[in-house]
Design a protein around this ligand. Structure first.
Ligand code: B12
Ligand code: SF4
Length: 655
């Protein structure tokens, strides 16, 4: 008798926040193999192990327990690129224990990664066989041919032989199905997008008969009490003639099933949408990939974009939830192409959209082959334990993160630029020039609001509604030996500005001290950082600093002191810090919570920026400093004159 184990291996999420997958699906690949093979080989015992959410030790002991109890002849593993190593490690261990005279276990692999990297995998001694492509016929061949070759290619399964995967579920030691069952209507895809490897497993696009699919869904209902389904097809709607009869079968059946599916956005029309809705479609995912035609062409995504837009509107009209899928960071992606994608999202207004952090490079895809030719990656990468990489040949992960944040700005962000000002007119003018030169795309709307402190003479530089004045006996100076009374005054003014921003529903306050000249990209760049509190750096030699050393407007310990060397901040980047001030962008989520008032019992909290940052830190709001576009701090007349000479020529001396 053949004793066969089929394993869906564990998938250890990496801790980089970039890879990993939540568990909300069932591995029908091995279920399908089990369902097929039971009809072909009579004298067989099959066990399927779904180990996806176990750690490697748990997975190992599960397999080893089985091996110690039974005489297993064959054990096969699904290989996805992302979890190749978890499977390969298990095979290694297994071979080191169970290859003796006593045991003779054949190990084999199949699935997407095996179907692509079979040559490389054939060099692993521990793997006895690799089944390429669809696994059913290959598995039958292996189990019926003791002398089967190492690489087995048996080609695609005729459509009428595609098994009902549901029949394979009885072989699982534990059926982790949840409330939704997986189902497929078709195999393969009608397209060949350059980032996609699906064609390596499934060659030709084929659909199952509507009757077969309907029968399988009813079995899920009667055996597992499931009435909600997810179609795992790449492109479920490519064959309308076959799909409409399935819709009719589903429509006439009680209880009513619900389902979701993925389709090409241009492979739909109103008749199909109407029928799908009647049949129980509640949600559809559509791969748009990019709003830029240039990029879609580069991806070989031949999408009729007008048809796609029309279909999205029709789906919404029929109350089917639309989830759009995008790729960020394909070669050629720029700020402008991201803007085109953002505009596409705004125009079509889907119920949801998503994308991975970047373009995931999967072997076997045309884009992978190009990057190999360009020397960006090579096949040895897949021998490592690393997850599939994101393409960073043109943009760093930081920039990709910024692109991702930008995409999520659906309504223009309101930014209130604010400050409490007491300044020399020339410097204030230069300061305002810096602010007016800030670049703002269509995703940003700025306003200004200042409290002019003992500075009525600055009114002439501002428009009505951009300021208010407050005059009192307190004076500003650069000695920074401020009294508690002065700090308290500043805190009160800034708190007042927070209230104004809140009333105006400003998404962000951008605090800029009135002697800072910001660089044009600063605001957009800080917004792209997607952080609740992020300062832009500037450097100052504070009066009284004996070492005559420039220090940044941030600190990482207590009382404007540094646990690490501030010079490291000279390298452009984003750093988390203990506190910052004077040039910071604060999101509403942070300014709604943190204010500038001194904190009782914390002596050094009298400086209002410190009090703000302590409050934020206590609420676990992270604080960052960005060092890519340092501002210029014109805190002495000499510095102003130098700046003026450099920027305006000539120079007007400030006394
Ligand atoms: C639904 C789906 C998901 C679901 C469920 C995943 C699953 N494993 O079932 C979710 C959303 C969770 C998912 C996640 C991911 N997916 Co996905 N997903 C799919 C999709 C669309 C369908 C899978 C499916 O159910 N097919 C139907 C069943 C019957 O086929 P199958 O599982 O492939 O099994 C057949 C063969 O592969 C083979 N086989 C499978 N296992 C074994 C084992 C043995 C021993 C043998 C002999 C044969 C064999 O025989 C089976 C029957 O013919 C495929 C594309 C596709 N059409 O296949 C992509 C696909 C499998 N996913 C892919 C990717 C990249 C991912 C992610 C990495 C995406 C991400 N960045 O998060 C994650 C990885 C998650 C993980 N580690 O499992 C790639 C895989 C490429 C690769 N080289 O690994 C594919 C091919 C899509 C693509 N665009 O290239 N995915
Ligand atoms: S991305 Fe979608 S449409 Fe393109 S080839 Fe892959 S499955 Fe087909």
């Amino acid at each position: 008798m053949i004793n066969l184990i089929l394993v869906y291996p564990p998938h250890k999420a990496s801790n980089d926040g970039l890879h990993g997958q939540d568990r909300d699906w069932f591995p029908i690949g091995i279920a399908s193999l089990a369902a097929y093979i039971e009809t072909k080989i009579k004298d067989i015992k099959i066990t399927c192990l779904d180990l996806f959410d176990l750690n490697e030790d748990e997975a190992k002991s599960k397999i080893f327990n089985l091996l110690s109890e039974e005489d297993i002849n064959y054990i096969g593993f699904t290989l996805m690129t992302e979890q190749r190593h978890q499977a390969l490690d298990l095979i290694d261990e297994l071979k080191s224990y169970y290859v003796t005279d006593q045991y003779n276990i054949k190990t084999f692999v199949g699935g997407p990664h095996a179907s692509i990297m079979y040559q490389q995998l054939s060099e692993y001694e521990e793997i006895d066989h690799i089944i390429v492509g669809e696994g059913e016929k290959g598995l039958e061949y292996l189990l019926t041919n003791p002398k089967a070759e190492k690489i087995i290619k048996q080609g695609e399964l005729p459509i009428e032989e595609i098994p009902l995967a549901v029949n394979g579920l009885k072989y699982f030691d534990e059926v982790k199905l949840g409330d939704q069952a997986p189902i497929i209507f078709s195999r393969g895809c009608t397209d060949r997008c350059f980032f996609c490897s699906t064609y390596k497993t499934w060659k030709k696009y084929r659909t199952r008969t509507p009757e077969d699919v309907f029968r399988e869904m009813r079995l899920f209902e009667s055996l597992y009490n499931i009435t909600d389904f997810k179609f795992h097809d790449d492109s479920a709607t490519a064959n309308k003639e076959n799909l409409l009869p399935l819709c009719r079968l589903l429509n006439s059946f009680e209880p009513k099933f619900t389902f979701e599916m993925t389709a090409r956005a241009d492979q739909l029309d109103e008749e199909l949408i109407y029928n799908l809705k009647q049949a129980g479609l509640i949600k559809i995912a559509l791969g748009i990939e990019s709003g830029s035609e240039k990029l879609r062409n580069a991806m070989n995504k031949k999408l009729d974009i007008e048809k796609a837009k029309e279909n999205i509107a029709l789906l919404k009209k029929h109350k089917i939830k639309v989830h759009l899928l995008f790729i960020v960071g394909y070669p050629g992606e720029t700020k402008e192409t991201i803007e085109e994608t953002r505009q596409f999202i705004i125009e079509t207004n889907p119920d949801a959209f998503s994308n991975l952090p970047g373009l995931m490079i999967i072997p076997g895809t045309p884009i992978y082959n190009k990057l190999v030719r360009d020397g960006w990656i090579d096949d040895t990468y897949w021998l490592s334990r690393k997850p599939a990489p994101y393409y960073t040949g043109e943009h760093s992960m930081d920039t990709l993160r910024a692109f991702n944040n930008r995409l999520r700005i659906i309504k223009p962000l309101k930014i209130m630029i604010a400050g409490v000002v007491n300044q020399k007119p020339e410097i204030f003018k230069a300061y305002l020039e810096g602010i007016n030169n800030l670049e703002t795309g269509s995703h940003i709307v700025t306003s200004k609001y200042f409290i002019l402190h003992n500075s009525d003479n600055l009114k002439e530089f501002l428009n009505e509604g951009e300021y208010e004045t407050v005059n009192n006996h307190l004076t500003h100076d650069m000695s920074h030996t401020w009294t508690y009374e002065k700090f308290k005054f500043m805190a009160d003014q800034k708190n007042k500005l927070i209230q104004i921003a809140y009333k105006a529903e400003a998404d962000y306050i951008f605090w800029i001290d009135s002697d800072l000249i910001v660089q044009p990209p600063t605001l957009e760049h800080l917004i792209d950082r997607g952080a609740p509190i992020v300062g832009e750096i500037f450097w100052t030699i504070w009066p009284g600093n004996k070492e005559n050393k420039e220090l940044p407007n941030c600190w990482d310990a207590d009382h404007y002191s540094f646990a690490s060397d501030p010079e490291e901040l000279r390298k452009p980047g984003l750093y988390d810090v203990g506190g910052t001030g004077a040039c910071i962008l604060v999101h509403m989520s942070a300014y709604k919570f943190a204010n500038y008032s001194p904190i009782p019992n914390v002596t050094f909290s009298a400086w209002e920026d410190r009090a703000f940052c302590i409050r934020a830190a206590c609420a676990s709001i992270p604080i960052y400093i960005d060092t890519v576009y340092p501002a210029e701090h014109l805190y002495t007349d000499e510095l102003y004159n130098k700046w003026y000479n450099k920027n305006k020529g000539g120079g007007v001396k400030v006394e």
